[in-house]
Write a protein that binds this ligand. Structure first.
Ligand SMILES: C[S@@+](CC[C@H](N)C(=O)[O-])C[C@H]1O[C@@H](n2cnc3c(N)ncnc32)[C@H](O)[C@@H]1O
Length: 224
């Protein structure tokens, strides 16, 4: 995939040697993490996940789709810094995912649920969830399914991020459709039940591919 669209991060990030990542309390080197995770996420994606998860002191974090662990490295560090846990739902984790978790000293704060959403043992899924990343099966109906199935477990004031919203073809089209439908339907006043009332709070600068959008659940959101 073309990485040439990756833009410079708007914020300067602390640059730290890989050997000190595990113990450092400062923000991670997003560039290094992107490379370690086979550039599944850009530095902008990683910075946005990091910032929006830290802002709410996320302790219970769920990630759907982990692959090489690019997002797991950033969200795992947030969980670790908050004495919490990152739950990674992934049917086919790469060997690199496990290596990255060990290299960064995250294995006590990251739990793999080796299954495909939504066909998993729901007793393993925590609730309430502070922060949810949807980056698994990118088909429109599947992304909506992840949102509906897991979004209900996100607490009021918690956050939901979708990855891969940029680009003119392929998965981005499906994910954007999914995001539009979720955003529209959950803000409808409907006799069918509780709305989750999400509102967009952040997005990476538009790019040729990748891209992350983050929503927050309203304080009035109803858990059903
Ligand atoms: C784009 S990659 C995720 C990248 C990852 N977030 C990162 O930053 O490295 C998508 C992943 O979703 C996984 N996946 C596909 N269908 C899934 C499902 N139903 N539930 C969970 N993960 C799924 C794939 O195996 C793949 O590893």
């Amino acid at each position: 995939m073309d990485q040439s669209n990756e833009r410079e991060s708007s914020t300067t990030c602390a640059s730290i040697p890989s050997s000190s990542i595990a113990s450092t309390p400062v923000r991670p080197d997003y560039q290094e993490i992107s490379v370690r995770g086979n550039r599944r996420m850009t530095t902008n994606d990683l910075e946005l996940l990091d910032k929006t998860a830290r802002e709410i002191g996320a302790k219970t974090i769920v990630e759907i789709g982990s692959m090489d662990g690019c997002s797991s490295m950033v969200l795992g560090q947030v969980a670790k810094d908050n004495s919490g846990m990152l739950y990674c739902i992934e049917p086919y984790p790469k060997g690199k995912w496990a290596t990255n978790m060990i290299d960064l000293g995250l294995n006590n704060n990251v739990l793999l649920i080796k299954a495909a959403s939504p066909w998993l043992d729901w007793s393993k899924v925590p609730a309430p969830i502070d922060y949810l990343l949807i980056d698994g099966d990118h088909r429109c109906s599947r992304a909506i399914c992840d949102y509906v199935a897991f979004g209900r477990l996100v607490r009021a004031g918690g956050r939901i991020a979708f990855h891969d919203i940029d680009g003119g073809k392929g998965v981005a089209l499906y994910v954007r459709q999914a995001v539009e439908i979720c955003e529209r339907d959950d803000n409808l006043s409907s006799p069918q039940g509780a709305d989750y009332l999400i509102k967009q709070i952040a997005r990476t600068p538009e790019a040729r591919d990748r891209g992350t959008i983050v929503f927050e659940k309203s304080a009035e959101a109803v858990l059903i």
